[in-house]
Design a protein around this ligand. Structure first.
Ligand code: G4P
Length: 286
């Protein structure tokens, strides 16, 4: 599932988006609730100009609930419809349906004024790789999804999943590209394991993460690893390696192995629900 982005990939993805956006009324944009700024595509505002916009804070089960609330308020204030979702479990999907109904009402009203009746609202799902687009579509469209699945012999073309009498969803999600130029963004996307980007090596990634945790979630490192948090992050990692028996030949501590362990612990929620950015700190430019 990991993507290595090259200019060619980006051009192709952009072209696909431009073609499909013409067909829709509502853009359902998935972001990762742990990094709602870093996982948000910078060009979508331009691409989806004049469309109704719904932001899904997906993987909400992995994020800090309090911080997710702040993001919800933040994007609402910017004029988006916003929902928190766990696509794996289907939590929040009902709310999404309600919000789409709301968005539909606005559109239907506009249609009615122009004399257009009974045209369903067409929507598409888009987001950067690994944000949960397929999982969300399955959860959202439920059984309807299976009907339009890849049947042999069906001509390739745009397939619309009929959600109900008001809404149709494009069955293929739009793939968006991340903000490449921002190192901080690269770092956060690497922390969540979303995109294989060689921003830093494993050890450095883990050291940076420990630094972040120590600052933003004091007590988490101590609780998980039994290591005091006053030391520098590099020393904390060495200590974790020691305690967890990550050793190389000659009994030297293997910090790279310990780094992998820390990253894996974070990504598997063994450090708890932790958000990596807050609206006021990271989103001035959203
Ligand atoms: P994509 O289409 O945007 O590329 O993403 P996809 O649906 O393939 O989801 C990427 C990974 O994220 C999958 O895990 C998926 O199960 C997981 N995921 C999606 N939504 C949620 C969510 O709301 N909460 C949590 N916790 N996870 C979510 P995977 O490890 O790649 O596959 P698998 O272990 O589920 O088989």
């Amino acid at each position: 599932m990991h993507f290595q982005w090259y200019p060619g990939h980006m051009t192709k993805a952009r072209r696909m988006m431009q073609e499909n956006i013409k067909l829709i009324d509502l853009m359902v944009e998935l972001v990762d609730a742990r990094v709602p700024y870093s996982s948000k595509n910078p060009d979508i505002d331009e691409l989806a100009r004049n469309k109704s916009r719904l932001i899904i804070l997906n993987k909400a089960d992995m994020a800090d609930a309090q911080v997710t609330k702040e993001w919800e308020a933040y994007y609402k204030e910017k004029g988006f419809f916003v929902a928190k979702v766990n696509s794996q479990k289907g939590t929040g999907i009902k709310e999404v349906k309600k919000l789409i109904e709301e968005a539909c009402r606005e559109k239907k009203e506009r249609d009615r004024k122009r004399g257009i009746l009974n045209r369903p609202v067409r929507a598409m799902v888009a987001g950067i790789p690994n944000v949960g687009k397929s999982t969300f579509i399955n959860s959202f469209a439920g059984k309807a999804c299976a009907k339009t699945g890849n049947k042999p012999g069906v001509t390739k073309g745009k397939q619309w999943i009929k959600i109900n009498k008001n809404v149709e969803l494009l069955d293929t999600p739009g793939i968006l590209w991340p903000k490449f130029e921002d190192q901080e963004v690269g770092l956060r996307l690497a922390w969540i394991g979303s995109i294989k980007e060689e921003v830093l090596n494993t050890t450095e990634l883990a050291v940076e993460l420990l630094g972040f945790l120590k600052e933003q979630y004091p007590g988490v490192i101590r609780e998980r690893y039994g290591v005091e948090e006053e030391a520098e992050p590099v020393q904390i990692l060495e200590k974790i390696a020691e305690i967890r028996g990550c050793l190389m030949k000659g009994n030297q501590v293997d910090v790279e192995k310990a780094g992998l362990l820390v990253l894996d612990d974070y990504r598997s929620l063994r450090l708890g629900q932790i958000s990596l950015e807050r609206p006021e700190k990271s989103a001035e430019t959203v």
